[in-house]
Design a protein around this ligand. Structure first.
Ligand code: HPA
Length: 268
């Protein structure tokens, strides 16, 4: 695994002139941010040695190197989900590579379902903490001390400093944001009403099928994480309606302008 991560990193370093300072993972329907990037080099996942290849419709997969808000960034357009069948090492492989490429911060976005009854469809939620409900932890197995400790601290998985900055940016730009806890779970089923209720009872505000593995692996390597969620549906009692992946994508796309603004300013 370590060898593969190094080889992939070397392969990419050979192709770029500016090392990225910030990594960005763009979630469901949020790929629009890519149009704002002054792209220097783009490469489809299938052309990168040892990179997994995305299989879900709407998750076109490529890595984009370039400038955003004057900073050197690397963005993942499309991510690898556990429900697609990838194992946790594959899901988090790009985060390891981004670390070796030189990133000092990571920004993650996703779509999620609300279980907090005060939340509305289309809201943005800054993730302040998570509950890992995946059947596995991405750090299970051999630990590579080069990356981080066997038992990593998770007391501040999401950087308080970046959260404060984002809140200030949101206030200055009249962007409404919530702050809350995201439960990450395997999917691919959306939740039953009883499950949504369970996730509310155990302390989450939203539920989704990503982000937690990537955030854990980033924190293993001491990378500060900022993550934000677009609420695409509600699992709160009385608010549950039938949903589809297409609706999730459409709603996430509608929220794009405010999310784009927030992330661009934060990167600045
Ligand atoms: N549940 C799980 N994942 C999701 C949801 C949801 O309701 N909405 C968007 N991603």
């Amino acid at each position: 695994m370590l060898e593969k991560i190094r080889q992939t990193t070397e392969f990419l370093l050979d192709k770029i002139t500016n090392k990225p300072e910030i990594g960005i993972i763009l979630g469901t329907g949020l790929g629009g941010l890519t149009t704002e990037i002054e792209s220097e080099f783009e490469i489809a996942y299938e052309k990168i040695p040892d990179f997994p290849v995305s299989t879900v419709k709407g998750h076109s997969g490529k890595l984009i190197f370039g400038k955003l808000s004057g900073r050197n960034i690397v963005a993942m357009q499309g991510r690898f989900h556990y429900y697609e069948g990838y194992d946790m090492k594959e899901v988090t492989f790009p985060v390891r590579v981004m670390k070796l490429l030189g990133i000092e911060k990571i920004i993650i976005s996703n779509a999620s379902g609300a279980v907090n009854p005060d939340y509305n469809i289309g809201d943005l939620m800054i993730i302040t903490d998570h509950i890992n409900m995946f059947p596995e932890n991405p750090l299970r197995g051999k630990n590579y001390e080069e990356f981080g400790p066997r038992f990593p601290d998770m007391s501040e998985t999401y950087s308080k400093k970046l959260i404060l900055k984002a809140e200030k940016i949101a206030a200055d730009n009249n962007i409404d944001v919530r702050k809350g806890i995201y439960a990450g779970l395997s999917g691919p089923t959306f939740e039953t009403p009883a499950e949504y209720n369970f996730f509310r009872i155990i302390g989450s505000d939203t539920v989704g099928m990503s982000t937690v593995p990537e955030a854990i692996v980033a924190r293993h390597m001491k990378i500060p994480v900022f993550a934000v969620s677009v609420i695409t549906d509600s699992g709160a009692p009385g608010k549950i309606v039938e949903i589809s992946h297409e609706e999730v994508q459409a709603i996430a796309r509608n929220a794009e302008p405010k999310l784009t603004k927030l992330i661009k300013e934060l990167i600045k």
